[in-house]
Design a protein around this ligand. Structure first.
Ligand code: OGA
Ligand code: NI
Length: 362
């Protein structure tokens, strides 16, 4: 049919640019009253098949929730086992007041729900190269990916230099700064436990070169009118060392295990921890960078999640399997490379299906 032909040949680039020019992201589309997901967000049949298959979803409660106040050896073992098996776990009793976590979620929601004319002032997908410490955008890979995803994002750089507080939007300034202190303390603690889990001294990985660079990424997943046509975030692994994720109670995060997608159900007051590609590499596959995704939000309430990504502070050092973890019995599985090479590959490609580990594997 002629009508079909025209829609099949739609001008994707033009549609992306028009969306970009609104500076209001997916939330802007939803606020405009749309009831269908625009075509630029439609994911290809293989992704949707994987998404909508009954038996590929729904395994419950198998990603461990770990009590950080457990006896030390139990704690080290629990974290090691979860990191080797899933690359994911949740932590409770982590010492951060739950009231602070709730305030951080609320403040980030507050940013994404600012009046359009205020929020659009922060729209900048090139904030990282333009020298600013903060930027808001929709889909960092919008112009690289086959299909866009149903979410918007605010990002703030937390290290190696702390962000200038004046650059942080008023609505979340205090909470970003409070969370920065707590999340860095937690990352140090976790790096110590994860080092011990590999049989290394606790301070081996705390060195600033492993977790010196951090960025806070506050995602907003608005209600999606056709959640079977798109995703919240396409399946991927995180490129860096470690991610600490604070999510609200809406849910939608899934982790791949044995070719099945497992729901990572929200636990109020808990934090989600996951291993990144670089940690898998330096651990010589002792730990696993878990593949994950977020389904499009079918709930009427918007979903908020705040990921803090910890990356090496010195991107131009060489990284590879740690010498202590390589032997005649266990040869190095990866070559040495600069983190800046890995980061560049990550940032200039689409997110979907990406794991950097295969690229550096020997
Ligand atoms: C990410 C991510 C998960 C979430 O930002 O890399 O996987 O729940 N986020 O938002
Ligand atoms: Ni991720």
């Amino acid at each position: 049919m002629a009508a079909n032909k025209i829609t099949n040949e739609y001008d994707r680039k033009k549609e992306l640019q028009e969306f970009e020019n609104t500076k209001l992201g997916v939330k802007g589309l939803v606020d405009s009253g749309i009831t269908r997901v625009p075509r630029m967000f439609h994911h290809p049949p293989e992704t949707l098949f994987d998404l909508n298959q009954g038996d590929s979803r729904g395994e419950q409660n198998c990603i461990p929730v770990i009590d950080l106040c457990a006896p030390h050896q139990d704690l080290v073992r629990g974290i090691r086992e979860a990191s080797a098996k899933f690359g994911f776990f949740q932590i409770v009793n982590h010492g951060v007041p739950v009231t602070l976590l709730d305030r951080v979620v609320k403040a980030m929601k507050g940013f994404h729900e600012l009046p359009p004319e205020e929020k659009m002032l922060f729209y900048d997908r090139n904030w990282n190269t333009s020298g600013k410490g903060v930027g808001y955008f929709s889909n960092y890979d919008l112009f690289y990916s086959k299909a866009a995803s149903w979410r918007d994002t605010l990002q703030c750089l937390l290290g190696p230099v702390s962000i200038n507080p004046d650059d942080i939007p008023d609505v979340c300034r205090g909470e970003v700064m409070e969370w920065e202190t707590e999340v860095k303390r937690l990352a140090e603690k976790l790096m110590g436990l994860l080092s011990e889990g590999l049989g290394l001294p606790a301070d081996k990985l705390k060195e600033v070169s492993y977790v010196g660079r951090a960025s806070l990424t506050a995602h907003y997943y608005p209600h999606c009118p056709e959640p079977s046509k798109t995703v919240g975030i396409a399946s991927h692994t995180d490129p860096g060392i470690l991610t600490i994720l604070l999510q609200d109670q809406v849910g939608g995060l899934q982790v791949k295990y044995n070719d099945k997608w497992i729901d990572l159900n929200p636990v109020h007051g808990a934090l989600v921890i996951n291993i990144g590609d670089l940690f898998q590499i330096i651990s010589n596959d002792g730990y696993k960078s878990g593949e994950h995704r977020v389904v499009a939000n079918s709930s009427n309430e918007s979903r908020v999640s705040i990921a803090v990504f910890f990356n090496p502070g010195t991107a131009d050092n060489l990284y590879g399997p740690l010498a202590e973890l390589v032997s005649h019995e266990k040869l190095a599985l990866y070559k040495q490379f600069k983190f800046s090479d890995l980061a560049m590959r990550f940032l200039t490609k689409e997110l979907e299906g990406k794991a950097m580990t295969s690229h550096f594997r020997l």
